[in-house]
Structures are given as structure tokens and as C-alpha cells.
Design a protein around this ligand. Structure first.
Ligand SMILES: [Mn+2]
Length: 295
């Protein structure tokens, strides 16, 4: 029997719940301390969950219906916790989900990426970032949201197993770029995404990493999106990648069999304009799940 759609529809929120044997798990990781621009990224997990009832499970463009289950593992307690102190709890929250095909970590600032990568196993992992920034600042003043990639290099992650996509002009230093090149990071700029399509660039880099690594971790620092379409991160700038490109790239990432864990970082709901940010973050989850279901 078909249920009436007079007042409601099957929504993406209905996919989340207590599903211990689901292939996909969602974990809130609202780490907010030591952001270079102080904000409220701790509000990200709650804002994302709250918007999901507004998304139908049906994709009119592909005819696909999302019918998978997502285990909601709740939030890692990270209130007033620094990146250094949050390292073990976030790493362990990811590691304990080893049996899942895909772990989705909802930040929180970009400092969650380092423990996220450790959670799937540093020695076997590659890292792909969609980010306007290198996040290669020095660590001598401590861990921040500006140095997770630098910290991972210092932990022993081989630079050749890192791809960074969406780098923005006049938002990074020559020193960071030189550092990236010196350690063998594959650097792909926002212009390359615009001219070739971010999904194409992402597919190339996933193929490159897949040849080198057992599993891939993807950091979606959502400030990679053009600021006119994503004002909801302190670091977003005009000239970033389009939201269409971001969604297309997300679906490609969700579909890749070696992508074991992803994070969404730098979503700061206190910068919200209307509900633009929430609806963009919600669509990101839809695209990720649609890609995954196609594996
Ligand atoms: Mn970042």
C-alpha cells in the first residue's frame, strides 16, 4: 500500500536512526576550539540533522531512490576540547566503526581531519581534500584548524598519498605551496575545477590515490565553495568552486569503493543566511549517500 503524500514525504531524515548493522555510520564531531577565525562550528552536526526532513529520498534527475540505512552514532563529546585533547576521542570514534563501509564525520572545524585519518589507519590511508586552503601551517604553536595536513605529514603520512583540490588564489602562501610540492602532494586549483569540472578532477585524483592506498579519507572543507553560494564558513571566498561542481564531486567520492571515511568541516551555522548553509550541507549528504548506494 502506498502511503499518502498529502502532508509529508519519505525524507532523508527517515534513513538515520539506530541501525547497528548499517553499512554507513554518521558521527557528530563538533570540535570548535583553536579555529583561526573563532566561530561556532560546534553547531554543525545539530544543524545538519535538523535540515534532513526537508530532503526527499528521490532524485528526479537519475530516478534513484535512497533506500539505505545510516546508523546515527551520536556526537563525540568535544565541548571546549582542544584539537590536541580531541585527537584520541575522534580517532577512536572512527576506528570503532571499522566494520562499516563508510564513516561520515560531521564537524566541527578542520582539526578533526587528522584524527579522522588516523581512525581508518594512517599506514594504509590516502587523503583527498576539497578545500580552498592547504592547511599546512606550522604546528610549533599547537594544533589548529589551519594545520591538520601539516600534522599528518609530521605523523608520517607520505605526501604522495595526498591530493588537494580547490586551492584558491590569494588565500594561501607561497611557503605552503612550496611545502606541498616538496613533499609530493598533488595540487589542483579552483581554476582547474572550473575549467575541467570538479568531478573530473576528483575522479583523476581518486584513481591516483587508489593505486597507492588501501583506503581513502576525504576531507570536505566546505569553504571550497564560492562564497556567494556558501557564506557559512569563515574561510569561503568569491571565486571558489560552484555548488553544482561540489555536489557532482561529492557523488563521485561517495561512489568510490576505497573511500572509507569522509568529513564535513568548517560549517559554522552562526554565519547562516536564511537556511542556505543548512540546505547546502543537507544536499551534500544526499549526494554522498546517492554515490554510496551506487557502489
Ligand atoms: Mn581547511
Amino acid at each position: 500500500m502506498t502511503e499518502s503524500e498529502a502532508l509529508s514525504w519519505p525524507s532523508v531524515a527517515d534513513l538515520l536512526g539506530h541501525h547497528p548493522y548499517a553499512d554507513v555510520v554518521l558521527i557528530g564531531a563538533g570540535l570548535n576550539e583553536r579555529s583561526l577565525t573563532p566561530g561556532r562550528c560546534d553547531l554543525g552536526p545539530k544543524a545538519l540533522r535538523a535540515v534532513l526532513p526537508r530532503f526527499s529520498t528521490y532524485d528526479v534527475e537519475t530516478g534513484q531512490t535512497l533506500d539505505l540505512r545510516v546508523h546515527d552514532a551520536g556526537d563525540v563529546p568535544l565541548k571546549a576540547v582542544t584539537p590536541a585533547d580531541g585527537f584520541a576521542p575522534v580517532r577512536d570514534a572512527v576506528a570503532i566503526q571499522e566494520s562499516r563501509a563508510l564513516t561520515i564525520l560531521i564537524g566541527g572545524n578542520n582539526a578533526i581531519t587528522r584524527p579522522g585519518v588516523h581512525g581508518i589507519g594512517l599506514a594504509r590511508a590516502g587523503l583527498l581534500t576539497l578545500d580552498a586552503h592547504f592547511d599546512l601551517r606550522d604546528t610549533d604553536q599547537g594544533l589548529t584548524n589551519g594545520n591538520p595536513v601539516q600534522a599528518l605529514l609530521e605523523d608520517g603520512l607520505d605526501g604522495a598519498r595526498i591530493s588537494q583540490i580547490g586551492l584558491a588564489p590569494f588565500a594561501n602562501t607561497r611557503r605552503a605551496h612550496d611545502k606541498a610540492k616538496a613533499v609530493g602532494i598533488s595540487v589542483r586549483t579552483a581554476r582547474e575545477c572550473r575549467e575541467q569540472g570538479a568531478a573530473v578532477v576528483v575522479a583523476q585524483e581518486l584513481a591516483r590515490l587508489a593505486a597507492l592506498c588501501e583506503v581513502i579519507y576525504v576531507d570536505f572543507d566546505i569553504d571550497v565553495i564560492d562564497r556567494s553560494q556558501w557564506p557559512t564558513s569563515p574561510g569561503a571566498r568569491p571565486g571558489g568552486i560552484s555548488v553544482h561542481d561540489f555536489f557532482d564531486a561529492t557523488r563521485v567520492i561517495g561512489a568510490h569503493p576505497k573511500v572509507k571515511a569522509v568529513d564535513l568541516t568548517e560549517y559554522d551555522p552562526s554565519l547562516e543566511i536564511g537556511d542556505l548553509g543548512a540546505l547546502t550541507a543537507g544536499r551534500w549528504l544526499c549526494e554522498l549517500l546517492a554515490g554510496f548506494q551506487g557502489r
